[in-house]
Design a protein around this ligand. Structure first.
Ligand SMILES: [Zn+2]
Length: 121
C-alpha cells in the first residue's frame, strides 16, 4: 500500500483559542503561513518605528528602519479569535516595538516622569 503524505491537521482556531490553546496557535502551521504573509506585506520592516502604525498610546521617539522579527495582533486573539488569521489584524514589529506596545517595560517609562513644575517664560 502506498503511504500517504502527512495531511495537515485541520484546526478550528476560533474554538481552540477560546479554549485557551493560544500556544498551540502560535506554534501552528496556519499561523506560520499568515505570519510570513504579513512580514512580506510589511517588507520585514517594523511598522511602529517606521511611523506607519501605533496602538494610539505609544509612539516611537524616533523614526527609524528596524527589522521586524514578529507579527503582532492588533486586536488580541483572545478578544477576537475570529481575527487570529486575518492579516488586516496583524502588523510586523521589531522585538523592541512589541515590548513597548505590550507594555512589558513599564519601568522605562516611569523613569521618564515629567517635572512637576510648569515651565514659564
Ligand atoms: Zn503582541
Amino acid at each position: 500500500m502506498k503511504k500517504r503524505r502527512k495531511k495537515r491537521v485541520y484546526h478550528n482556531w476560533i474554538k481552540e483559542i477560546a479554549e485557551g490553546k493560544t500556544n498551540q496557535f502560535y506554534n501552528s502551521t496556519d499561523f506560520d503561513i499568515v505570519r510570513e504573509k504579513v512580514l512580506e506585506r510589511d517588507r520585514h520592516t517594523c511598522q511602529f518605528f517606521l511611523g506607519k502604525w501605533n496602538d494610539g498610546i505609544h509612539k516611537p521617539d524616533k523614526i527609524k528602519i528596524v527589522k521586524a522579527t514578529m507579527v503582532h495582533h492588533i486586536i488580541p486573539i483572545k478578544e477576537r479569535p475570529d481575527l487570529a488569521l486575518d492579516i488586516n489584524n496583524m502588523v510586523s514589529l521589531s522585538f523592541e516595538a512589541h515590548e513597548i506596545v505590550e507594555e512589558r517595560c513599564h519601568w522605562k517609562f516611569k523613569k521618564k516622569s515629567k517635572p512637576l513644575t510648569k515651565e514659564r517664560w
